[in-house]
Design a protein around this ligand. Structure first.
Ligand code: FES
Length: 369
């Protein structure tokens, strides 16, 4: 007979097995309702064929050992909650009471710290939860080694299993260890918010201000070469191409602003057909097109002047500069957007406005922003 069997039989006279029929016959609901939780657990164990092989009791309630372990676990749960709240603070605060996060090459300190801080705070929070659970299990819970044979379930089993779960809650000590319960609540609040906060990114409109549909180009913005020098109409040979950027701070680092300034040959000028409504976007024999491929965003820069085609090296899309840079080969389906240009009073090329359509690859709501 096991220790658990003994407890079940001596716990109360009401829990003796009659030896006839199944447990539901022996213990109808009203009889089960009259039995205490502890005895129900023992009784269920006996009917379940559970054999307890070894039991290490938890530290005695109120003992220095228990108090120290409770403090350790509570501290770890509290730390987990703190790091979780730090995650929420950084995530929600960015752009509100903290600097707005914006990743760019050579960006400010906040741009460098934002993502690592999210990762570190979430990682430390989860680490503390794991450590707390390990310490809690090892130092505050009774350790029992038991064996059980499996068989069909019944109402009797459901009731006794519920008693076993209640006993587990009782053994956990959470009900009477207020410090531990408080730290678990604090940790749960922080952890819940940490997991829910990123969902806010799905609610916030990422297209507010139409960032995908606008660039730094605008009326009067000069076209600069990569070395920062402006371009005059006489600077390029017919048939040549130069990559230019908007004359704004950091303009030569903006991935969506790179533009090709192409001087057409006389024969190309004669055969050129602009897109409808964009007949005056060029200036003399110059045209300017976005350098960002409309297929998947690679920089298109291989210009073959004999065929008037711009080739994208990624998937071989080709765009005809004499037909408004419309795609004539490959997977791209949209023409390269054309930048309207003119010259300023000093004779340098300037944009007349931003691109009138989004540059780069198509996205699902491109036409609706
Ligand atoms: S990115 Fe240009 S063809 Fe695919």
């Amino acid at each position: 007979m096991t220790a658990r069997d003994t407890r079940a039989e001596v716990g109360t006279g009401d829990v003796q097995d009659s030896g006839h029929g199944g447990p539901d016959d022996d213990y109808p609901p009203e009889r089960l309702a009259a039995i205490g939780r502890e005895d129900l657990d023992h009784l269920g164990a006996r009917y379940d064929g559970v054999h307890v092989l070894h039991v290490d009791p938890p530290p005695a309630p109120g003992s220095p050992l228990e108090k120290r372990a409770t403090r350790q676990v509570s501290m770890l749960f509290a730390l987990a909650g703190l790091f979780a709240f730090l995650f929420v603070f950084v995530y929600v605060g960015s752009g509100w009471f903290l600097p707005d996060w914006r990743w760019e090459v050579g960006g400010d300190w906040w741009g460098l710290l934002f993502t690592p801080m999210l990762g570190i705070s979430m990682g430390l929070s989860l680490l503390c939860v794991g450590a707390a659970l390990v310490v809690y299990t090892k130092k505050l819970l009774p350790h029992e080694t038991a064996m059980q044979e499996k068989h069909e379930g019944s109402n009797f089993e459901r009731v006794t299993a519920a008693a076993t779960l209640q006993k587990g809650w009782h053994n956990s000590g959470l009900g009477r260890r207020k410090l531990l319960l408080g730290s678990v609540g604090f940790m749960g609040g922080g952890l819940g918010l940490m997991l829910l906060a990123p969902l806010g990114g799905l609610i916030k409109n990422p297209n507010a201000g139409n960032p995908l549909g606008t660039t730094s180009w605008g009326e009067g913005v000069r076209l600069l070469r990569e070395d920062g020098t402006p371009v005059r109409p006489g600077d390029q040979e017919p048939g040549s191409l130069a990559t230019v950027f908007p004359a704004v701070p950091g303009g030569n680092r903006e991935s969506d602003a790179a533009t090709m300034l192409i001087r057409l040959r006389p024969a190309q000028v004669q055969s050129a057909t602009a897109r409808a409504g964009q007949e005056d976007f060029g200036y003399g024999d110059y045209v300017a097109y976005s350098k960002i491929c409309t297929h998947a965003g690679c920089p298109v820069s291989l210009y073959e002047q004999e065929t008037s085609r711009i080739l994208c090296p990624c998937h071989q899309s080709q765009f005809d500069v004499t037909q408004g840079a419309k795609p004539v080969f490959g997977p791209a389906t949209r023409a390269l957007p054309q930048l309207p240009i003119t010259v300023d009073e000093e004779g340098f090329f300037v944009a007349r406005s931003d691109y009138i359509e989004a540059v780069g690859p198509t996205y699902w709501n491109r036409e609706r922003i």
